[in-house]
Design a protein around this ligand. Sequence first.
Ligand code: ADP
Length: 336
Amino acid sequence: MENNNNSTDEERIINAQETNGDKVLDLSLRPKKLDEYIGQNKIKENLSIFIQAAQKRGEPIEHVLLYGSPGLGKTTLAHVISNELGSNIRVTSGPAIEKSGDLAAILTNLSEGDILFIDEIHRLNKNIEEILYPAMEDYALDIIIGIDLPRFTIIGATTKISSLSAPLRDRFGATYHLNFYEHNDIEKIINRSAKILSVGIEDEPIKEIAARSRFTPRVANRLLKRVRDYSEVKGDGRINNNLCQAAFDMLEIDELGLDWIDRKILETIIDKFGGGPVGLNTIAAATGEDMATVEDVYEPYLMRLAFLDRGPRGRIVTDIGHKHLGRKKKGQSKIL
Ligand code: ADP
């Protein structure tokens, strides 16, 4: 399928990163308590004990680090923890804290037991990080002598644990890795969201949306919303299978959730570079996408589907990647 629109992340429906449209949607769909939070059972079990133990001791919980791909529920989990504890939560992000004074202002305004959520914590400035160490360890603020901070908890979230410095990582009492969701958990999330949004939906389209969600709740919710819009305009608002299929045809999202950019990346490697191996920078240049975007946004899902492989000499489209696009692999006489 050809599509010559200039894409932006904002427009890309299956992008797992948060857009402005999501912010409004997220407020109503975000689970508030641990038992509403679907999937990630190991983490929930662990957290529940962690929270109860701290409550029994009458102490704030230790600092928590959450890591995993965009849209998997890190921010949601931070809010769930604060709700479970009944504590206040302050929300900021690594890039938002530019100067040491910014951090000092945030920290000195916290009260005992408060939670400070720092999203994208891997993007904190190194000099800010150094102010954070004593604050996390001893509730001390070295830049203002004589000030003791209240006992608070930092919940950090990151998509890139490898970019976090070791001293910072070591100061978290608990680290949880959020994984991609199971298919049936995504179905439960879609079901729950449809109820909250008062959308009628049949069983089959729930499965179809789940299959295209890239194992990610944010994508599942966004797809549900787009299919709902389509069903309202073309039908009576209730989502049935025909409307669902027609919506995905219009959005150019295939049965595994690949959109035209994913397909363009695979097709470019096949058509221009004989299926690979080819370097990341060459792929980026040939597809007109930014190198970091190809690596962080598009490749992880293509690799998870095993359509793309990363070898020492570059990226390769695999046999099943060729098959999905209905393409012949170089040197083979017929479609696999
Ligand atoms: P992240 O911070 O990891 O990018 P978010 O916490 O913002 O992701 O999650 C995106 C959206 O996905 C949330 O608004 C929420 O509606 C939904 N979501 C995430 N995790 C879950 C879950 N476990 N159960 C139900 N919905 C979820």
